[in-house]
Design a protein around this ligand. Structure first.
Ligand code: ZN
Length: 175
């Protein structure tokens, strides 16, 4: 019964498109933000059964989603299932990481669409602490800080604040 009801849910009126280098959690976080929801709420509301609590960083680093969920998501977002398959979290991504790494330039300035920051899939399991695009060191954010965020807009606020504080501390160090 529940399954039938879920399949009858109409597709989302608007859903952001995933970027090829984006992490699945990032895309889900952007969808949730579009509807002013948390990723957990989105999962419950649409019966997605997303494993949002498995990773220490929460939904942003969620493990690969199941095939049935992928098909369900593709239908809701009206996009090709293959595009979602492309952004699946790789199986070897560690879920216990205490920090997540990112490049602020890459995060906030998406060369394909500057209005759409996204979290790169490569950051989830990188062993190389420098940005492959900019060659600068990747920054770290505690996984616990990401876990507290409800959706991707909140992630951007938290990272933005962190970057602001780091820039201020850097300026103070120079004086
Ligand atoms: Zn970069």
């Amino acid at each position: 019964m529940r399954q039938r009801c879920l399949l009858e849910l109409p597709p989302w009126p608007v859903a952001p498109r995933p970027f090829p280098e984006e992490a699945m959690g990032s895309w889900l976080g952007r969808v949730a933000a579009r509807y002013r929801m948390g990723v957990g709420e989105l999962s419950d509301e649409y019966g997605l059964e997303l494993n949002t609590k498995a990773a220490r960083a929460g939904w942003l680093a969620l493990p690969a989603v199941q095939e049935a969920t992928l098909a369900h998501l593709a239908r809701l977002a009206r996009i090709d299932e293959g595009r979602l398959q492309e952004i699946q979290t790789p199986n070897d991504v560690p879920v216990t990481r205490c920090v997540q790494l990112y490049c602020a330039h890459c995060l906030f300035v998406n060369p394909i669409d500057v209005a759409a920051p996204r979290w790169k899939r490569a950051w989830l399991d990188t062993e190389i602490p420098t940005c492959e695009v900019h060659g600068t060191p990747l920054a770290a954010i505690p996984s616990s800080a990401l876990r507290r965020c409800r959706n991707f807009d909140q992630v951007l606020r938290v990272v933005g604040r962190l970057e602001f504080e780091r820039a201020r501390d850097h300026r103070n160090d120079l004086h």
